[in-house]
Structure formats: structure tokens, C-alpha cells
Design a protein around this ligand. Structure first.
Ligand code: NAI
Length: 387
């Protein structure tokens, strides 16, 4: 059923979310405080739809109908008739608080107020509302028009009715919805940390260089990109900031400890592709670094990163952040992992995974490598994640 949807912030995420909703036939009000940004968003949506017309996904008539579904507004007041509003503005709690509390004075009592935040607490965002049972996290992945995953995050204040409505609406947009607890990094940004962190640690120990680690993960694991190529793609500034914020939010749990190597690259302005240099150099004419394709070392690297990822996925289930199925869906649909980590663990054998983690824990004696209690329990009982 067609609804009136509001989106606040017409940047990278907001304009993509508005386009997705408009493609599904909803009437969308896209608001931004910056008028020029609204113009850019309008052009961006048009270019993106143009490409879909070229691919035969929409006709020219459908394109103009989708475009006419989006109304560009410069004031929050323009959102007064909306039934669900997704905020996608700057990632600063005080700004989100101020927007949410102003919004509540404008919209009807039953309008759902959602945030697309990647790292902030939904409960805290909801604290700026008088009627907080309508707050919820609806976290899209970039680019929102393409990535199928959406994490839905109820806060402690959120009502069942709000959850049900948000889930069924976002599913009706053709998205894969996973439910997760209001905890730092939600599912994807929590479970994926070792992909970067353990790769960096392996490099810092001098076991292998960037290219070799990337080769190990793509060759043995079937990951589309190795960790260093991916960090350069995301941007070391952005990726480092996420790691640091997750580390702080987990009260400095050593599992999430950021790396000096990435920090220094970020401080030096070696952000990655966007600055022409990150872990690799991207200027034309620069030599590509060849991996040392040693099968034995490669396998050690791959297995070490993989068991750390599985340990983190198991912890997300153990701490009831999300279900087994949703953790696996999140990693395959949100970050394109070749397999769900828990299905992968079953395939390898949980006892094998636990042995590898125990080896690391014994060797290093660091809390970072402690095997998750759920894994230990499951091995004792001979259980699997999927029966
Ligand atoms: P962006 O910087 O591209 O866009 C933010 C927009 O919000 C800008 O156009 C800005 O003018 C507008 N804005 C800022 N303050 C405003 C206010 N008070 N009222 C109205 N408009 C305001 O940011 P981006 O990347 O789209 O991120 C937005 C949100 O989405 C953040 O919370 C971020 O954590 C989250 N997010 C970002 C992802 C990404 O890959 N960029 C992925 C998933 C979530």
C-alpha cells in the first residue's frame, strides 16, 4: 500500500533511500537543510534512474513517474503528513536529538521516526522524543538502491507495532531485513571487525604484506576483495573511525582494538582510492605489488582471519544481538561474504574452529583471542548452528 514517506538528509544515503521508496510507488518528501544538496540529490536520482532505463529495468514513463513521487523540501514542516520518516543526516548525536525533538512537534502521533545511523544508540536518539515507542533504527547499506540488506534495530523504548510495521514496509521494498539489538555496530559493523583488524595484526607481526594477505583471503576464502583493498575502497579514515567507535562503545574490549598501522595511514592522509594512496598506490604508472603466493602461509592467514570472524559471529548470537540466520544473512547480503559465517563454521566443524582459536589464545595469551563460550558449549554438546 502506498504511504507517505519522509527522508531527512539528501546526501549519499538519504537520496538513495528516497529513490528506493519512490520506486516502490510511495510519495516521498526528501528534506535537506542545504538547498544546493537538494538540487544535487535531484540530479543524482535522475542519473541513477537513467541508468536503470538503459538497463531495461524501467521505461521512460516509469522514470518520470518515480521522479514525480519525490518532493524536495527545505524545511521539516514539509514532512507534516508523513507516516514514516527516516533520518539520514550527519552522524552527530546532538544534531539528531535536535532534529527528532523538532520533528515530533510537526508530525502526527503515529508517525514512525527512524534513524539510518551506523553507530549511534537508537535508545539515545529516542530519548529526545516524548512518544518514544515510535523510534527505531532502519540501517541501509551503501548504495541503498543496490545493497539488499537493511538492519532493523528496535530500541528499548520501541513498541511491537512499530517493529512490525517497519519490518513489513521495508520487506515490501524488496529488501532483506534482519532484526538486531541496539548494540554497537549492530550486526555487520560488529561481526566484520576482525576482517580488517586481524588482517592488520597479521601485517604488523610481519607475517605477510598487504598484497599477500589480500591474496590469501580472496584465493582461499573466495572473498570478493581482500581486507586492504576493501579498506582502501571504504577509506581508511572512515574505516578507522568505525573501528575506534566500536572499540570505545564496547568499553575497550581488546577484541576490537584498532591498529596503529591504519591510524598512521589515516593520519598521513593515505585514505585509499579517494586520495590516490592508501595501503596501495592508485596513481597511473605506479607499480602494482605482487603477492607472495605461498600456499602454506596463505592458508594460515586465511584460517586465522576466518576463525576470528566466526568467533565474532558466534558472540553476536550468544549475546542475542541477532539470530543465527540473521547474522549469516547480514554478512552475505550486507558485505557480500561468500558464505554465512555460521554455516561456514558448521561446514568446517565447530571443533576445528575452536581448536584454531585455542591455539591462538594459547600462543598469544591475549584476551582478543578468547574463544566464545557459545562455541565451547556447542562443541561439548556436539551441536551445530544449523541442524
Ligand atoms: P552525507 O554527508 O552524504 O549526507 C548528510 C546530509 O544531511 C547532507 O546533505 C546535509 O546537508 C544534511 N544535513 C545535515 N544536518 C542536517 C539537518 N540538521 N537537517 C537537515 N539536513 C541536514 O551523509 P551520509 O553518508 O548519507 O550519512 C547519513 C547517515 O547515514 C549517517 O547517520 C551515517 O552514519 C549513516 N550511514 C552512512 C552510510 C555510508 O556509507 N555513507 C551507510 C549507512 C549509514
Amino acid at each position: 500500500m502506498s504511504k507517505i514517506i519522509g527522508v531527512i538528509g539528501a546526501g549519499t544515503m538519504g537520496s538513495g533511500i528516497a529513490q528506493v521508496a519512490a520506486q516502490c510507488g510511495h510519495s516521498v518528501y526528501l528534506m535537506d537543510a542545504n538547498v544546493e544538496q537538494l538540487e544535487r540529490a535531484k540530479n543524482g536520482v535522475s542519473t541513477s534512474l537513467e541508468k536503470l532505463v538503459e538497463k531495461g529495468k524501467f521505461t521512460v514513463e516509469q522514470k518520470s513517474s518515480i521522479e514525480s513521487n519525490i518532493h524536495y523540501v527545505g524545511q521539516l514542516e514539509g514532512l507534516s503528513t508523513c507516516q514514516l520518516i527516516i533520518e539520514a543526516i550527519v552522524e552527530k548525536m546532538e544534531v539528531k536529538h535536535s532534529v527528532f525533538s523538532s520533528l515530533e512537534k510537526i508530525v502526527s502521533d503515529d508517525c514512525i521516526l527512524a534513524s539510518n545511523t551506523s553507530s549511534l544508540s537508537i535508545a539515545s536518539i529516542g530519548s529526545s522524543l516524548t512518544k518514544a515507542d515510535r523510534v527505531i533504527g532502519i540501517h541501509f547499506f551503501n548504495p541503498a538502491t543496490i545493497m539488499p540488506l537493511v538492519e532493523i534495530i528496535p530500541a528499548v523504548q520501541t513498541s511491537e507495532a512499530t517493529i512490525n510495521e517497519a519490518v513489513s514496509l521495508i520487506q515490501s521494498w524488496g529488501k532483506t531485513v534482519v532484526l538486531c539489538k541496539d548494540t554497537p555496530g549492530f550486526i555487520v559493523n560488529r561481526v566484520a571487525r576482525p576482517f580488517y583488524g586481524e588482517a592488520l595484526r597479521i601485517y604488523e607481526e610481519g607475517l605477510a604484506d598487504f598484497a599477500t594477505i589480500d591474496w590469501a583471503m580472496t584465493h582461499f576464502g573466495g572473498f570478493k576483495m581482500g581486507p586492504f583493498t576493501l579498506m582502501d575502497y571504504i577509506g581508511n579514515d572512515v574505516n578507522y573511525a568505525v573501528t575506534e567507535s566500536v572499540f570505545q562503545a564496547f568499553y575497550y574490549d581488546p577484541r576490537f582494538k584498532p591498529s596503529f598501522t591504519q591510524k598512521r595511514h589515516s593520519e598521513a592522509g593515505f585514505y585509499g582510492r579517494k586520495t590516490g594512496r592508501g595501503f596501495y598506490q592508485y596513481a597511473e604508472g605506479t607499480e602494482t605489488i605482487e603477492a607472495t603466493k605461498d600456499e602454506i602461509i596463505g592458508k594460515i592467514i586465511f584460517e586465522r582471519v576466518l576463525v576470528m570472524l566466526i568467533n565474532e559471529a558466534a558472540d553476536a548470537v550468544f549475546m542475542q544481538v541477532a539470530s543465527v540466520k540473521d547474522v549469516d544473512l547480514a554478512m552475505t547480503k550486507g558485505v557480500n561474504y561468500p558464505k554465512g559465517l555460521l554455516a561456514w563454521a558448521d561446514e568446517l566443524g565447530l571443533d576445528w574452529v575452536l581448536d584454531k582459536l585455542n591455539e591462538l589464545f594459547d600462543e598469544y595469551g591475549e584476551d582478543r583471542y578468547r574463544p566464545n563460550a557459545l562455541l565451547k558449549r556447542m562443541v561439548k554438546k556436539g551441536d551445530k548452528f544449523y541442524s
